[in-house]
Write a protein that binds this ligand. Structure first.
Ligand code: AOF
Ligand code: ZN
Length: 367
């Protein structure tokens, strides 16, 4: 077990330039976001005399790891160099050979790791193997940023379920439209463009049957250049949604009640998950290698997950508009103010006229 906040002695060996190179490694890793599942996004930079001589990132599961690409780029330049890796190098034979072997053979003198790998097949062994080979290893540089970036992988491997992000837009008087494509959108263009990028980097997007019926959302990244569309998940306990809805595409999942009739969906190659509770749905989505799930609405679906304390992160757009019919009185909520769930690591950003507030409810899974 280790905490996300690295104890000072772990990062004591860090050099002033380590954060700069690790930032580059994290930027490289981000290129794999949404594409590597069930593997993590990982980036690697090989630095020789304050110059990057090799860059790499893990593009998708089954392909070589970040270190391999970076070492290929560096060639003989890796000898005596420092390798910056956003995740502890693997020390096991998976779909690919161990990165520890590749690093040791390359002759790197020092390896700087952002975060340990919670995969029980790696978990500390990678670092140990490098140290046993006489390589100087520093762990914990930009660890918080790295674990945030790897949160889907961590959730899947530690909890067996996806990291759940609730997204919605609301007016200043608290009227929610979880889904906001097209006409009558609550938030403005900049906010909607931002939300579009989340469909590119998270594994799956979910809507309830009400939203599917009323909005018929396409749930795509539309104009985003190089964007890839997340898998779609439709929560419909009665399995009566139209198969003509735009959200269905290869890889789509229907989450429904155990006794629902689903032949038509199966015939259309839609994967059917039968679950009584949101918790059980998440476990089964995890088995389908969905490591992160964006809840796009509507209010019924969002409330079910929020009330079951299954939301790990919220991203809420607030639009400076009023729709009227009042503010709800404080006697209605389930909790009193001193019992309110408070978000951690809160960020506030303006996007055109709108405000985006994000924060965490769940803990980032570590070892
Ligand atoms: C690294 N660098 O870039 C990644 C790592 O089946 P494999 O061979 O692809 O191994 C997958 C596991 O390796 C994955 O669960 C995680 O523990 C680690 N991912 N490790 O050294 C990388 N993607
Ligand atoms: Zn590896």
């Amino acid at each position: 077990m280790y905490t996300v906040n690295a104890p000072p002695e772990r990062v004591a060996a860090a050099l002033p330039t380590d954060e700069r190179w690790m930032t580059l490694a994290l930027d490289l890793a981000a290129r794999g976001l949404g594409r590597t599942t069930p593997n993590p996004p990982v980036g690697c930079v090989i630095v020789q005399e304050d110059e990057a001589v090799g860059l790499g990132f893990h593009p998708r599961a089954g392909e070589p790891h970040a270190e391999v690409f970076a070492l290929r780029g560096a060639g003989a330049g890796a000898h005596g160099a420092t390798a910056y890796v956003t995740l502890e190098p693997c020390h096991h034979h998976g779909r690919t050979p161990p990165c520890t072997d590749a690093l040791i053979t390359s002759g790197v003198r020092r390896v700087v790791v952002a975060a340990l790998d919670p995969n029980p097949r790696v978990a500390g062994c990678g670092v140990q193997a490098l140290r046993d080979a006489g390589i100087d290893v520093t762990v914990g540089v930009l660890e918080i940023q790295a674990t945030r970036q790897q949160v889907g992988f961590r959730s899947l491997i530690v909890r067996g379920r996806p990291w759940v992000v609730a997204k919605y837009a609301m007016t200043l008087d608290g009227k929610v439209a979880a889904h906001d494509e097209g006409n009558g959108a609550v938030s403005g263009e900049a906010a909607r463009a931002r939300a579009m990028t989340w469909r590119d980097t998270l594994d799956a997007v979910a809507v309830g049957s009400g939203t599917l019926h009323s909005d018929d959302p396409a749930l795509t990244t539309r104009g985003l250049s190089g964007g890839r569309d997340a898998r779609t998940v439709v929560f419909d306990r009665r399995a009566q949604s139209s198969l003509q809805a735009r959200a269905w595409r290869p890889g789509s999942v229907l989450v429904t009640a155990p006794d629902a009739a689903t032949l038509a969906f199966e015939a259309a190659s839609i994967t059917v998950v039968r679950a009584e509770t949101p918790q059980s749905a998440l476990t089964q989505l995890g088995r389908l290698d969905i490591s992160s799930l964006l809840l796009e609405g509507g209010p019924g679906l969002l409330s079910a997950f929020l009330d079951a304390s299954l939301v790990d992160e919220v991203r809420v757009f607030i639009a400076p508009k009023l729709l009227g019919r009042g503010l709800s009185p404080l006697t209605l909520p389930a909790r009193r103010m001193h019992e309110a769930q408070e978000l951690r690591d809160v960020t506030v950003e303006t996007l055109g006229p709108d405000v985006l507030v994000t924060g965490l409810l769940g803990d980032i899974p570590c070892l």
